[in-house]
Design a binder for this molecule. Structure first.
Ligand SMILES: [Zn+2]
Length: 482
C-alpha cells in the first residue's frame, strides 16, 4: 500500500474535537497548514512524524480577550501566549484599539494601556492589518474596533455625549474597520473616555455592525459593581435594538457587597438567550487589573501598585501601605502614583466558578503586556485546565476545551478554526492533562506554564517539547475569511 503524503503527522494522542465530545485515541495528518485527516492516520506518512505518547491534542486555544494590539507588532514571538497553547488572540478589547487613531496629541485614559501616543500610528484598520501580516506573528490575530479610540479621535471633549455628526464620523471609521475585516465593535463604558456615552450612542454605532454579517458588539460594561445588573440589562438592550450578537467581556461582580450577584446576571442572560445571541468571557483570577484610577479604589479588598511612572519605588506595594507612607487616603495615593497600573483583589471564587460553568462562557485572559503584569497574561489557560478542571472539578476537560476553541470560533465567526475537523486550519495544542498548570503568580507574573508541550499555528510548529521554536505561523484573521 502506498501511503498518502502530508507535511506533519502527529500520532498516538488523545484527540479532543473542540466541540465537547469525549476524547478518542488517534492522530492527525497536517498538510498545507490544514488538517487532512483525523483519527486513524495509519495510511499517511510525513517527513515530520511525532509520537505524542498519549498527550491530549486539541484545537489551539483562542484568547478572546486581549490587549495585544501593540505586542503582536513589537514582540511577535508572543511567548506569553504560545506557552499557554494559545494560537489566536483577539485584540482591540475594552473600547481601545491601536487603529485607526494616528498621532494623537494626548491619550485619554485608558488609551495609554496599549502604549504611548507614538504607538498610535495607524490611520486605518487596513494599515494595521498589513502591519500585523508584515510582522510575522507567532499567533493568529483578529481585531475589534474600539469605541474609546473612535471617541478620542472624533470628540474634542470626551466628557459629553457625541453629537449626531460625531456619531456619523465614528460610524465612518467603524465602516472602514469592518470592511478591513475586524470582527466587531468593543466598548469600555466604565472608562473615562467613554463614560459620557449614552446608550443611544452605542446603539447607533452597533447599527453599523448589522450591515456586516456576523459582526458583533463586545463590551466591558458600564458597571461591574453595584450597578452590574443594570449594565447587563443595557448590554442586552443594545444587542436587541441593533440586532447584533453581544459578548460581555470579563464578566464579574466586583466588591464584597456584590458577591453572588452572578446568579442574577446569569439568569438575565439565560432569559435573553431565548431571543438573541449572547456570550461572555471570564478569566480565572480573583483579582482584576487595569489602570490605577482613584475612583476604582473603593470596592477592592486590596490593591497592588504596578508600573507607576512617577513613583516606581512603590511598584509591587499595596496601595494602602503607600497611602500610609504618603500620609493621605487611597484615592489621593492613586492620583499621585498615576500614570500607573493596579491589581485589584475584588472578586469572589464562587462567582468565577459560576460564570465559568455557564455554557456561553469563553476564556479570555485580559492580559496586559508589559513588565510587572498580572499573572493572567502568562497563566490563564493552563490555570483553567490545571486548577479549575483537574484540581477542583469545576468543568470536565472536554467542556473547558470547548470554551477555549469551538465556542469562541463560532461566537466570533472564525471560519474553519476551533475544531479538529478535516479542512480546518491546523492550529493545535498538545498538553499533558496530568501536569498542565500555571506557574505565574502575583510575585512572578511572567513565568511560563508547565505541561503545554507542542503548539502548531497554521501547521507550523511554534512550540516543541515545551520550548519556543522561533517559527512564526500566524496571520491576520479577517471576519468571514477562511
Ligand atoms: Zn476591560
Amino acid at each position: 500500500m502506498t501511503r498518502k503524503q502530508c507535511d506533519t503527522l502527529l500520532i498516538n494522542a488523545e484527540l479532543f474535537d473542540g466541540l465537547g465530545g469525549p476524547p478518542v485515541t488517534g492522530g492527525v495528518a497536517i498538510g498545507g497548514g490544514q488538517l487532512l485527516a483525523i483519527g486513524d492516520v495509519s495510511d499517511w506518512s510525513a517527513p515530520d512524524t511525532r509520537d505524542l505518547d498519549g498527550l491530549c491534542l486539541a484545537p489551539g486555544f483562542i484568547d478572546v480577550h486581549t490587549h495585544d494590539d501593540l505586542a503582536v507588532l513589537n514582540d511577535s514571538a508572543m511567548e506569553p501566549k504560545i506557552t499557554q497553547g494559545v494560537t489566536t488572540v483577539i485584540v482591540g478589547n475594552c473600547g481601545i484599539s491601536l487603529a485607526p487613531y494616528k498621532h494623537p496629541p494626548k491619550l485619554v485614559p485608558p488609551l495609554g494601556l496599549l502604549g504611548d501616543a507614538d504607538d498610535y500610528r495607524f490611520g486605518s484598520f487596513a494599515a494595521y492589518r498589513r502591519a500585523v501580516d508584515d510582522a510575522g506573528v507567532a499567533v493568529n490575530v483578529a481585531a475589534l474596533a474600539g469605541h474609546g479610540t473612535l471617541r478620542a479621535m472624533v470628540l474634542a471633549d470626551t466628557d459629553r455625549p457625541a453629537s449626531r455628526a460625531e456619531v456619523d464620523a465614528m460610524r465612518g471609521h467603524l465602516n472602514e474597520a469592518l470592511t478591513a475585516g475586524v470582527l466587531g465593535l468593543s466598548t469600555g463604558l466604565a472608562y473615562p473616555v467613554a463614560k459620557a456615552a449614552p446608550t443611544e450612542e452605542i446603539v447607533a454605532l452597533s447599527q453599523e455592525l448589522a450591515a456586516f454579517p456576523g459582526a458583533l458588539y463586545v463590551t466591558h460594561m458600564r458597571d461591574e459593581r453595584d450597578g452590574v445588573e443594570e449594565a447587563v440589562g443595557e448590554t442586552i438592550g443594545i444587542g436587541r435594538q441593533a440586532g447584533v450578537p453581544v459578548v460581555i467581556s470579563h464578566h464579574k461582580c466586583i466588591g464584597k457587597q456584590n458577591y453572588g450577584r452572578s446568579v442574577r446576571t446569569l439568569s438575565m442572560i439565560d432569559k435573553a438567550l431565548r431571543h438573541q445571541d449572547i456570550a461572555m468571557d471570564v478569566y480565572p483570577y480573583e483579582a482584576s487589573s487595569t489602570v490605577l484610577l482613584p475612583e476604582l479604589t473603593r470596592h477592592a479588598e486590596r490593591i497592588l501598585v504596578i508600573n507607576s511612572r512617577p513613583h516606581p519605588e512603590f511598584n509591587g506595594m499595596e496601595l494602602s501601605r503607600v497611602a500610609e507612607q504618603m500620609g493621605c487616603d487611597d484615592e489621593e495615593a492613586a492620583r499621585r502614583l498615576s500614570p500607573a497600573m493596579g491589581v485589584y483583589f475584588q472578586m469572589s471564587p464562587e462567582d468565577i466558578r459560576r460564570i465559568m460553568s455557564h455554557p456561553r462562557t469563553m476564556i479570555g485572559s485580559d492580559g496586559i503586556p508589559g513588565p510587572q503584569s498580572h499573572p493572567r497574561l502568562w497563566g490563564t489557560f493552563p490555570r483553567v485546565l490545571g486548577r479549575y478542571v483537574r484540581e477542583d472539578g469545576v468543568l470536565p476537560l472536554e467542556e473547558a476545551i470547548r470554551k477555549m476553541t469551538s465556542l469562541p470560533a463560532q461566537v466570533f465567526g472564525m471560519a474553519r478554526r476551533g475544531r479538529l475537523q478535516t479542512g480546518f486550519s491546523a492550529d493545535l495544542v498538545a498538553f499533558n492533562a496530568e501536569t498542565v498548570l500555571d506557574l505565574a503568580d502575583y510575585d512572578t507574573p511572567d513565568r511560563p506554564s508547565t505541561g503545554i508541550e507542542h503548539v502548531f499555528v497554521n501547521g507550523r510548529p511554534v512550540l516543541t517539547d515545551g520550548r519556543v521554536t522561533g517559527t512564526r505561523g500566524g496571520r491576520f484573521l479577517a471576519r468571514g475569511a477562511v
